[in-house]
Design a protein around this ligand. Structure first.
Ligand code: SF4
Length: 81
Protein backbone atom coordinates (compact mmCIF):
# COMPACT_ATOMS: atom_id res chain seq x y z
CA UNK A 1 0.00 0.00 0.00
CA UNK A 2 1.21 3.49 -0.81
CA UNK A 3 0.96 6.23 1.86
CA UNK A 4 -1.50 8.39 -0.07
CA UNK A 5 -3.94 5.48 -0.15
CA UNK A 6 -4.58 6.04 3.56
CA UNK A 7 -6.38 9.26 2.65
CA UNK A 8 -8.39 7.81 -0.25
CA UNK A 9 -12.10 8.61 -0.34
CA UNK A 10 -12.75 5.05 -1.48
CA UNK A 11 -11.14 3.52 1.58
CA UNK A 12 -13.63 1.14 3.15
CA UNK A 13 -16.07 1.39 0.23
CA UNK A 14 -17.06 -1.68 -1.75
CA UNK A 15 -14.70 -1.27 -4.69
CA UNK A 16 -17.03 -3.11 -7.02
CA UNK A 17 -18.50 0.29 -7.98
CA UNK A 18 -15.18 1.17 -9.62
CA UNK A 19 -15.38 -1.64 -12.15
CA UNK A 20 -17.90 -1.48 -14.98
CA UNK A 21 -17.43 -5.17 -15.63
CA UNK A 22 -19.27 -5.80 -12.38
CA UNK A 23 -21.70 -2.91 -12.24
CA UNK A 24 -22.66 -2.57 -15.91
CA UNK A 25 -23.31 1.11 -15.28
CA UNK A 26 -21.35 4.09 -16.56
CA UNK A 27 -19.42 4.38 -13.28
CA UNK A 28 -21.20 7.51 -12.13
CA UNK A 29 -21.06 6.47 -8.47
CA UNK A 30 -17.32 5.78 -8.66
CA UNK A 31 -16.68 9.14 -10.31
CA UNK A 32 -18.72 10.85 -7.61
CA UNK A 33 -16.49 9.30 -4.95
CA UNK A 34 -13.32 10.25 -6.82
CA UNK A 35 -14.56 13.84 -7.14
CA UNK A 36 -14.39 14.14 -3.35
CA UNK A 37 -11.04 12.40 -2.99
CA UNK A 38 -8.09 14.42 -1.64
CA UNK A 39 -5.58 12.13 -3.32
CA UNK A 40 -7.19 11.90 -6.75
CA UNK A 41 -4.14 13.30 -8.55
CA UNK A 42 -1.80 10.83 -6.84
CA UNK A 43 -4.19 8.03 -7.72
CA UNK A 44 -4.34 9.07 -11.36
CA UNK A 45 -0.55 9.43 -11.56
CA UNK A 46 -0.15 5.99 -9.99
CA UNK A 47 -2.53 4.46 -12.53
CA UNK A 48 -0.80 6.17 -15.44
CA UNK A 49 2.67 5.20 -14.22
CA UNK A 50 2.09 1.63 -13.08
CA UNK A 51 -0.29 0.34 -15.73
CA UNK A 52 0.10 0.31 -19.47
CA UNK A 53 -2.59 0.56 -22.12
CA UNK A 54 -2.28 -3.20 -22.46
CA UNK A 55 -3.06 -4.08 -18.87
CA UNK A 56 -5.18 -1.07 -17.89
CA UNK A 57 -8.47 -2.52 -19.01
CA UNK A 58 -11.04 -1.54 -16.41
CA UNK A 59 -11.60 0.45 -13.26
CA UNK A 60 -11.90 4.07 -12.27
CA UNK A 61 -8.73 5.67 -10.87
CA UNK A 62 -8.42 9.36 -10.15
CA UNK A 63 -11.88 9.84 -11.59
CA UNK A 64 -10.91 8.50 -15.00
CA UNK A 65 -11.91 5.45 -16.98
CA UNK A 66 -9.41 3.26 -18.79
CA UNK A 67 -10.38 4.93 -22.08
CA UNK A 68 -9.61 8.35 -20.64
CA UNK A 69 -6.29 7.12 -19.24
CA UNK A 70 -5.35 5.65 -22.60
CA UNK A 71 -5.83 9.09 -24.13
CA UNK A 72 -3.82 10.73 -21.33
CA UNK A 73 -0.93 8.31 -21.93
CA UNK A 74 -1.00 9.09 -25.63
CA UNK A 75 -0.97 12.82 -24.88
CA UNK A 76 2.00 12.34 -22.53
CA UNK A 77 3.89 10.44 -25.22
CA UNK A 78 3.13 13.09 -27.82
CA UNK A 79 4.28 15.84 -25.45
CA UNK A 80 7.50 13.94 -24.73
CA UNK A 81 8.28 13.36 -28.43
S1 SF4 B 1 -9.30 8.98 -6.83
FE1 SF4 B 1 -10.99 7.54 -6.66
S2 SF4 B 1 -10.10 5.48 -6.94
FE2 SF4 B 1 -8.45 6.93 -6.54
S3 SF4 B 1 -8.07 6.80 -4.35
FE3 SF4 B 1 -9.49 8.46 -4.69
S4 SF4 B 1 -11.54 7.63 -4.51
FE4 SF4 B 1 -10.12 5.91 -4.73
Amino acid sequence: MTDWMNDAACRGIDTVIFFAAYTGDPLREAKRVCATCPVAQQCLDWALDTMTNGNDVDGVYGGTTHTQRKKLREQRQEAAA
